[in-house]
Design a binder for this molecule. Structure first.
Ligand code: UTP
Length: 234
C-alpha cells in the first residue's frame, strides 16, 4: 500500500526526546518493508512558542505561518536523522518534490508547505495527489468525538463516520476559541472530495500506528486493547 501518515508535533516532538524519535523510526522502518510510506510531521509546542513570540513582535499571520512551517521541517529533519539511510535525506518543500522523492524507494518525510493551513491539510492533499491507498492521521486524541471531550465528558466517540459528519464536527469545534479539532477543516474537505480512506487515531503510542496499518492490510478484527481511532468511510 501507499500510505501517507501525519504525525502531530505534539506527539512526536513533545519534549524533543531522541528516544521518542528512535521509537517512531523503528516502527516506520518495519512498515516500510511492506509499504511505501510518506510522513508529514507537525510543529507541536515549539511551533506554538515561536509563533507566539513572532506575533508579540508584530509579525503578521502569514509570517507566523512561515515560521510554523520552518519548525515542522525541523521536526521532519529530526525524524530523517532517526531513520538514517532508510529515509530520503531532505524534507521535500512541495507535493511534486515529494512525488519525485518517493521514486528513491526511501521513506519520505516532509513538513508544511504553504501558509494558511496545518500539516493535517498537507497530509490530505499529499494523499489525494499521490492516489494513496490510506491516510493515517496520528494525533494526541484517540479519535473524533461529537464534541471536545475535554470540555464535555459526555462527548461520544465515533468509531466510523462519513466525511460530511467529520466536516460538521470540525466546524462546530473550530467555532469555539481555544478548542482544538482533531483535524483542520481544509483536511476534512480534501478527505471528502477525494474519498480518501482515512483513519484518525491516538499516535502517542507508536505501536498504535503499526497495529492499525496491519489491521487495514489483512482486514482483520481490531487487535485486543488497541484503540483504532475513527475510520472515515467515504
Ligand atoms: P501544525 O500542523 O503542527 O499545526 O503546524 P497544529 O495542528 O497546530 O499542531 P500539532 O503538531 O498537531 O500539535 C504548525 C503551524 O505551522 C503553520 C501553521 O501556522 C501551523 O499552525 N503551517 C503548517 C502552515 O502555515 N502551512 C503548512 O502547510 C503547515
Amino acid at each position: 500500500m501507499l500510505i501517507v501518515l501525519s504525525i502531530g508535533g505534539s506527539i512526536l516532538a513533545k519534549d524533543l526526546d531522541p528516544e521518542r524519535f528512535r521509537e517512531y523510526a523503528d516502527v516506520l522502518k518495519k512498515l516500510a518493508q511492506d509499504h511505501k510510506i510518506l510522513i508529514v510531521t507537525g510543529g507541536g509546542v515549539a511551533a506554538r512558542h515561536y509563533i507566539n513570540t513572532a506575533r508579540q513582535l508584530g509579525a503578521n499571520e502569514s509570517v507566523c505561518d512561515f515560521i510554523g512551517i520552518d519548525v515542522t521541517r525541523l521536526n521532519a529533519q529530526l525524524l530523517i536523522a532517526a531513520l538514517g539511510n532508510a529515509a530520503y535525506p531532505e524534507p521535500p518543500c512541495t507535493y511534486r518534490e515529494a512525488e519525485f522523492a518517493l521514486v528513491s524507494g526511501k521513506i519520505v518525510v516532509m513538513g508544511g508547505v504553504i501558509p494558511g493551513q496545518t500539516t493535517d491539510a498537507v497530509s490530505a492533499i499529499l494523499a489525494e495527489y499521490l492516489n494513496a491507498n490510506l491516510l493515517v492521521i496520528a494525533t494526541s486524541v484517540d479519535g473524533v468525538y461529537s464534541e471536545d471531550p475535554n470540555e464535555n465528558p459526555d462527548a461520544i466517540k465515533f468509531h466510523t463516520m462519513t466525511p460530511e459528519e467529520l466536516i460538521n464536527v470540525v466546524m462546530r469545534t473550530e467555532m469555539k476559541a481555544g478548542s482544538k479539532s482533531p483535524v483542520d477543516l481544509l483536511a476534512a474537505k480534501i478527505i471528502q472530495r477525494s474519498g480518501m480512506k482515512t483513519i484518525i487515531l491516538d499516535g502517542s503510542k507508536s505501536e498504535n500506528i503499526a497495529n492499525v496499518i496491519l489491521q487495514e492490510n489483512v482486514k482483520s478484527e481490531p487487535v485486543d486493547g488497541v484503540s483504532i481511532g475513527t475510520r472515515i468511510i467515504c
